[in-house]
Design a protein around this ligand. Sequence first.
Ligand code: KE4
Length: 431
Amino acid sequence: MKPNWTKSGQLFQEAEAYIPGGVNSPVRAFRAVGGTPLFIRSGKGSKIVDADGNEYIDYVCSWGPLILGHAHPQVVCAIAEAAKQGTSFGAPTERETELARLICEAVESVDQVRLVNSGTEATMSAIRLARGVTGRDRIIKFNGCYHGHVDSLLVKAGSGATTLGIPDSPGVTRGTSSDTVGLEYNNLDAVEQVFRREGDRIAAVIVEPVAGNMGVVPPGPGFLERLRELTRESGALLIFDEVITGFRLAYGGAQARYGIQPDITTLGKIIGGGLPVGAYGGGRHIMQAIAPTGQVYQAGTLSGNPLAVSAGLATLRTLKENGVYERLEQMGAVLEEGLRAAAREAGVPTYHSRVGSMLCTFFTDQRVMDYHTALTASVKKYRQFFHGMLQRGVYLPPSQFETFFISLAHTDEDIAQTLSAARETLKTLAG
Ligand code: KE4
């Protein structure tokens, strides 16, 4: 029984008149899965309700920030209390220091951290900092990894180890992208080759320690360790983009889970608890290069905003409680195994990838290890899966190349209901 989506359709039509594509971020437009994007009216715990009153179990979770679920009472209360004191001062506040201290205590490689307003600002600033500190220009990134809409990181995938980056968007100049090299994730031979050729020109390697923007692709054995060795040997910096994985995969982030200490860590999403916060941090000797103590300039009117910082503090304090990551792991494992079993039962080729509460179902019979193999997935099958699940009350990311996120508000009943919807949907995909 297809839900009624009339109101969302009307709202989308009006939005398109005033906002490019009717959305404030492209992935929300459902272009990868077709159909009209749902306009969401409210969220509570693991559920969201659209403008037509239809309820869904939510696995987008605002693309990762809502690890506690929607409208968590402690987060809502923290925002409300902060708002009563004023919304922004453009001056230091005690809460910013509290959040900075909490991040420094949680993330072992971070002695100091600068708060900004988005993950993009964090990665853009981290790249500038790495170039400023090393005096070098080259940046290595990995195809399929997304670090926000930073000009120098919007580099066409597949540039390979021999050709320098070419712009992946109009408006990005060749000059801006020409110092960026895009390599295949998990391909250490390509990385070794570039370091042999020009290691002394590389300012930094930026990597998602667990990739979440081509679907979920974990690091292969030794991948992160070798990046750490190569950067250290050559004087380049290692940047872990933990905007997704920070406080998601462990309280200390992916770096705690894999035991690797990067030079700079970027954060976002969860540290804002659903409000706009990004951050970048590292050793004191590196962070002191940032203005006003150093020469590398970075600024922001609303950086450290009291409301956003309050939401972040309430979120991270809750994550410090015992057992939260075990619970996320347990739900992730049940969901992954249930999806795998449902696809096997339906005879639909799939590859399931998961780390903790980040998971993804690729509609391919290949093992997905990088962007190249991720692209073997059938976007047509995913589209059918997405809409079948949506009609059965489960809201998945509207793209094959994103991550399903589980929150602490998800229940065993939610997971069971999701798997029941998946069994029914996958049967319609068979053949
Ligand atoms: P924001 O500027 O969107 O806060 O963060 C950029 C960013 C940086 N690094 C990583 C690893 C990220 O995943 C992101 C943003 N993630 C996407 C979802 N895959 C945001 C969703 C969107 O673009 O609307």
